[in-house]
Write a protein that binds this ligand. Sequence first.
Ligand code: B12
Ligand code: SF4
Length: 451
Amino acid sequence: MKLCIIKPPLPFGWTPVAPPILEYLAALTRRADPSIDIELYSASATPDVFDTLQCDLAAISLLTPTAVPGYRIADALRARGIKVVLGGMHVSALPDEAKAHADAVVVGEAESVWPQVLRDFRAGSLRPYYRGDRIELDDLPTPLYGLLKHGHDFRILNTARGCPYPCSFCTVNKVFGPKIRMRPIDDVVRDVDAIPGRMYINGDENIWWLGKIDRAIELFTALRGSKKKWMGFGSLAPVLSPEGPRMLDAARKAGMLTVWVGWESMSEGALEAFRADRKVGTDRERAVKTLKDHGIDVSLFFMLGSRADSIDDYQRAIDVADRLGVSMHPSLAVPYPGSELRKQYEPYLYKDLGWEYYTGAYALFEHPDPRMTPDAREKLFYETSLELLRTGRVWKHMLDVPLSGFPHAHILSLMNQLPVRKGMKIAYEKWKAGKRAAREKQALPAIASAR
Ligand code: B12
Ligand code: SF4
C-alpha cells in the first residue's frame, strides 16, 4: 500500500520552512504500519505533480488559506480513483464542508485515530468522520526526516500543545484546547538531535508560559548540549516576570537567536477587543528592549484593519519598527472559521469572498470608518508591508540585531525579510493589475453605451 501525504501550496508561495505535518504524519504512519510506502508532497515546492502521482490513499492537511487548492487536489485525485482523507485546522472547524471533497475527514489531532483510519482503509471500510482526542504528548515519534525531498531547509519542532489564552482571532486554542500539554524534555532533546541542519524553529504557540517558567528554563538548559541555533514564538508577559532574566539567559545559551512575538495590534483598544491584552501584558515596549538586551533579536507580527483598528495604525506600525529597531510583519485581520472573531464579525462579513481570500492580504468585512474601504485597507496593507521591508530599512535593521547573535541571527533576519518582500511585491503588482482590470470592465459598458 502506498500513502501520499500532501500539503497544498501556501498563499505566498515557497518558504524555506518545511511543513511539519508531512514528516510528522509520516512518522505516525510508520509507527502504525511499517509496511506502508510513504511519499511526501509540499505543493509549494512541487506544484506540478498532482495530475500524475500514484498512490492508494492520499492524506491532505488543510489550513483555511490553503483549503481551496487543497480541495482542488483532493477532487482531482478522487476523480482518478484515489481515496482521500482530509485533516488539519480548517477541516476541524468545518468538517461537513471538507467531507464533500473527501472519503473521510479527521477532526482534531491525528495521534489517537490515525492507526484506525489506516486499518479501516486497508479493510475497505473507511468511515466518513473520525474525531481525534487531545491525548497527553508523552510518546510522540520523531518526524521522519529525510523523506521530504524537495527544497525546504528549515524544520519545525513542537515541545508542547494547547493554549489557555482567549485571543478571539485564533483557532489554535480551539483545536488544541486550553490545557498546555508539555512533551517530556528527553523526547524534545532526542528530536532536536535528529533534525538535519544546524538551525530549526520551535513551532509551539509559546516557548515560555507565565506560571511555567521553571519548565522553560529546564528545557533550555537541556538543549544547551545540542549546539543548534533556533527561533520560536514567544509572548511578552513572561519576559518581564521576576524569573524573566534567568529564563532569557538560559534561552540564549540554548542557541535561541530570535523570538517571533504576536504584537497583534497597534492600539491598546484593539488588543482588548481581541482579548489579547492578557497574553501580551503591559509595557510591551520594555519587554522588547529587555529581549534585545539579552542578545535575542525580535520580530513582531501584528494585524491591521480590524473593526477596532484605525487608519492611523498603518503609520503607527512604521513608527514602532523605527523606535524599537525590530522587523515587523503585518497581516490584515482574518476571521478564521471556528474563531470567536468570526462569530463577532458574522453580520459584517463579505460573504462572496471564498477561503482563497483568507490570506491576510484582503479586507474581509465591513469597517465602521468610511475611509477604511476594502481598497484603502488592502492598499495600505501592501504599502505598509513594503515600507517595513524597504531595502534601506532591512539593512539598517541589521545594525539593531544583537551583535552576540552574529552571524546566524543576521542571516536569519535577512531570510525572514527578503523572500517575504519578493512575495509581497509580486502580490501587490497582481493586486493592482486586478483593480485596473476591474475598473476597465466597469468602464466598458459605459463606453459602449456612449457610442
Ligand atoms: C509553523 C507555522 C507556519 C510555518 C509553515 C511552514 C510550512 N511550510 O507549512 C510558516 C512560518 C511559514 C507559516 C506561515 C503562515 N502561516 Co502558519 N503556523 C505555523 C504554526 C505556528 C505551527 C504549525 C505546526 O508546527 N504544526 C505542527 C503540526 C504537527 O500540527 P498541525 O499541522 O496542526 O497538525 C495536527 C492536527 O491539526 C492534525 N492534522 C493536521 N493535518 C492533518 C491531516 C490529516 C490527514 C490528519 C489525519 C490530521 C491532521 O494532526 C496533527 C497532529 O495532531 C501554526 C500555529 C499552531 N500552533 O498550529 C501557524 C498557523 C498554522 N499558521 C497560520 C497562517 C494563517 C499562516 C499564514 C497563511 C499567515 C500569513 N498571512 O502569512 C502564513 C503563510 C505563509 C506563506 N508562505 O504563504 C494559521 C492558520 C489558521 C487557520 N485556521 O487556517 C495558524 C494556525 C496560526 C494562527 N494562530 O492562526 N506558518
Ligand atoms: S494567538 Fe492567543 S489564543 Fe492563539 S495560541 Fe497564541 S496566545 Fe493562544
